[in-house]
Design a binder for this molecule. Structure first.
Ligand code: SF4
Length: 270
């Protein structure tokens, strides 16, 4: 087996972030796949990335308390969340996140007749937030976690991604929609029921707004979304594989969050 083939074997299963790492800079992708950068040489996580992770954890923690049909009576009192654990998250984010889970999500569930959130589906979207997986004839092709999925038991699914950036304009852009399409692809294969309709939305954590990324009526035919998503996944996997043929560092915006940024001689400075 050639070194390139070994590298591709190691890269399986692809995750959305691994695909993007390889496409944005093959050297970054290579280092992430092989874990060959010594621990002492790795850059600490970028502060914005750390904050984003904490906010996602907080939202996930809150969402676990949401009952069927968006019932909120099982949620803990907000006072319980203001502990040291979430102390690093700005108060505004905590409040907006709480409002999103206790008001916006139940309202959306009611409006669209959705009854379950995450764990109750009996699929790989449970309280432990395990990854979803999709398969191709070569084995595991893709794995990933969606931030939030609301569904009914008849095949309708609303997929939501939390966005912690402060620039609303990028939320309705192609990259966010593509990310949601990848989750739709995963959800389609992970769902225990055949999906009939899918809606894609971006949740802007900073303001609490929710942006519809499926044109017109938020719910679209699942078959057409899957067709679009399959083409996208094929393109991304092909691009990532192609990119790994030459692992020359390619500086760009992703240097900001690259583990090699402190040692890389060509890293783009912030
Ligand atoms: S710092 Fe930038 S150029 Fe260097 S490996 Fe990372 S992403 Fe590539």
């Amino acid at each position: 087996m050639s070194r390139y083939e070994t590298l591709l074997e190691l890269a399986y299963p692809w995750s959305p972030s691994r695909l993007l790492s390889c496409i944005s800079c093959p050297c970054r992708g290579y280092l992430e796949i092989t874990k060959s950068l010594p621990v002492e040489a790795r850059a600490p996580k970028h502060p914005a990335f750390r904050l984003g992770t904490q906010i996602h954890d907080f939202l996930h923690f809150l969402l676990l308390g949401l009952g069927s049909n968006g019932r909120t009576d099982v949620l803990l009192d907000f006072g319980d969340f203001s502990t040291e654990k979430w102390g690093a998250v700005p108060q505004q984010y905590l409040e907006k996140s709480y409002e999103f889970v206790t008001t916006t999500v139940p309202k959306m569930m009611q409006e669209h007749g959705l009854t379950v959130a995450m764990s109750e589906l009996g699929m790989s979207l449970d309280a432990n937030h395990r990854s979803m997986r999709a398969w191709d004839h070569n084995g595991k092709v893709l794995t990933g976690k969606a931030d939030l999925i609301l569904a009914d038991n008849k095949g309708r699914m609303l997929i939501i991604d939390h966005k912690t950036g402060e620039d609303s304009i990028y939320l309705t852009g192609e990259s966010v929609r593509n990310q949601l399409l990848v989750y739709a692809y995963l959800a389609y294969y992970a769902s225990p029921v055949r999906l009939t309709e899918i809606a894609l939305m971006a949740h802007e954590v900073w303001t609490g707004a929710v942006h519809n990324l499926t044109d017109g009526n938020p719910f679209c035919d699942a078959g057409s979304i899957l067709g679009e998503a399959t083409d996208l996944v094929d393109t991304l996997v092909t691009q990532a594989k192609e990119s790994l043929k030459d692992i020359t560092p390619t500086p760009g915006p992703s240097c900001r969050v690259c583990i090699a940024r402190l040692r890389c001689p060509v890293a783009e400075k912030e």
